[in-house]
Structure formats: structure tokens, C-alpha cells
Design a protein around this ligand. Structure first.
Ligand SMILES: [Zn+2]
Length: 246
């Protein structure tokens, strides 16, 4: 897909995807959105996209649908005070490294390692792990192998494992977006993970519900059909909602 061809979600498409994805795992919800971006790709092929590539498409779609600015929210792990932070899809997209699904060789601890960016299949397996450490192990065992072609052995969460995990996230910076935050109340500093798939899905959920409330109001007021109301431009629909409420 060419840059600048980002797909925005129409009101009808959004409600459609929201219905299909409600109650499903976030990995599947992200795949539903990807299918909208690349309808010619099979689900199998989309599962092979790296998380970084997936999130790049989701960021582009989010920007085309709701605009560039993201209003994030995090709670201080020390004092519990909530704080808002701002992100830009454009800036996040600047760190994207596309085309990292293939194996490449890196040097670590004097050895050669083959690594590749994690994809949705790796994530799904990691998500089934009982805790975070085991989830990381799953990712490492699938995305890192010794340069000799042998599978890695030994203890993955020792120093070497952590070093390799760090190299893996360099390879795929969008796979885990870490935001530096500082608490305004107690000055604690920490890093919070920003997950575009979950964030975008929550926005789709909120907007879809609001759209259906607007359909309900306008259908009762003017007698229009659901399709007619959803196909209106947002601006026009909002004006009718205002008039119906006045
Ligand atoms: Zn605090």
C-alpha cells in the first residue's frame, strides 16, 4: 500500500466492525481493522504482519478517522492520581520500521542471532501465557534463534534474554510504544505502554454507541432510515441532532 492512502472508517463501516469485534480478543479486533485496510489480503497473510506494521496501519487509519491528536490517560502507580498526556499519530508513525517480518542477523554477546519482528500469531500465543515473564519467553523463543539455525536453549530471562528482547524492540519500535510520564502530584516518573489497537478500539466503541443514539433520535424525529442517517456527513448529522434536541 502506498503512503498517503490511509483508509478512514465511515460511520457504517465503523458500526459494522464494532459489531463483529465486540467481545473478541484485542488481537482479533486489530485484525478486523486490518482487513478493512487491505481487503485483498487473506486473514492468514494479515496474521503474519509484524505488530509494528499492524500498528502503523492502525495509526494511519486512526488519524484518517479521528484526526492526528491522541488524548492519553494514565494513573500514577505510586499515588493513583490520574494524568492526561498528548500524542501525535504523525510523530509515532515517524518511528515505524516497515518490512521487518523477515529474519535478519544481529550480534549479541559475541554470537550471531537471527531475529524477526513479532506478529499477531506470536502475540496470540504470548497472550495465552500465565504471566508476563512467560509471555516474553514465548515471544523470544519464536522470534529469536541462534545463527546456526538451532532453536535457543537455556534460561531466556537471564541477562542475555533481556538483551535480546531489547534488540527485538529496537527492530520493531512500534510493537511496544513506551511513553515517559511524570506524576504532577508526587513527581514519580515511569513509562506507560501505549497500545494503539486497544485505544482505537475503545474510541470505535464509544463512537459507534453515539452514532446509534443519533440514529435513534433522528429516525424518531424525521422518519429517516438508519442507512440514510449513517451515510450523512458527520457535520450534517450533528446539525440535525442539535435541531432535534432544541
Ligand atoms: Zn503520583
Amino acid at each position: 500500500m502506498m503512503p498517503g492512502m490511509a483508509v478512514s472508517l465511515s460511520a457504517e463501516a465503523m458500526i459494522d466492525i464494532w459489531e463483529q469485534g465486540t467481545g473478541r480478543h484485542p488481537i482479533d479486533q486489530a485484525l478486523l481493522l486490518l482487513r478493512r485496510v487491505c481487503p485483498d489480503q487473506s486473514l492468514d497473510a494479515l496474521c503474519d504482519w509484524t505488530v509494528g506494521e499492524r500498528d502503523m496501519r492502525l495509526l494511519e487509519m486512526r488519524r484518517a478517522t479521528f484526526g492526528d491528536r491522541i488524548d492519553g490517560y494514565a494513573e500514577c502507580p505510586v499515588c493513583g492520581v490520574g494524568l492526561d498526556f498528548e500524542l501525535s499519530c504523525e510523530e509515532l508513525l515517524a518511528s515505524a520500521v516497515p518490512d521487518n517480518a523477515t529474519w535478519r542477523t544481529i550480534e549479541q554477546a559475541g554470537c550471531a542471532w537471527d531475529v524477526r519482528g513479532p506478529n499477531s500469531r506470536d502475540l496470540a500465543l504470548a497472550a495465552a501465557a500465565p504471566d508476563l515473564e512467560q509471555a516474553r519467553r514465548v515471544i523470544l523463543s519464536r522470534c529469536v534463534r541462534e545463527g546456526t539455525g538451532a532453536s535457543p536453549s537455556g534460561h531466556w530471562m537471564d541477562e542475555l534474554g533481556r538483551a535480546l528482547a531489547a534488540r527485538l524492540s529496537e527492530l520493531d519500535p512500534l510493537a511496544e510504544i513506551l511513553i515517559d510520564v511524570e506524576c504532577e502530584s508526587c513527581a514519580h516518573r515511569w513509562q506507560t505502554v501505549f497500545d494503539i489497537a486497544t485505544f482505537f478500539w475503545n474510541e470505535i466503541h464509544a463512537r459507534s454507541r453515539r452514532l446509534l443514539q443519533e440514529v435513534d433520535l433522528l429516525a424518531r424525529t424525521y422518519g429517516w432510515t438508519e442507512g440514510e442517517i449513517l451515510r450523512m456527513k458527520d457535520q450534517r448529522r450533528s446539525l440535525y441532532v442539535e435541531m432535534a434536541l432544541s
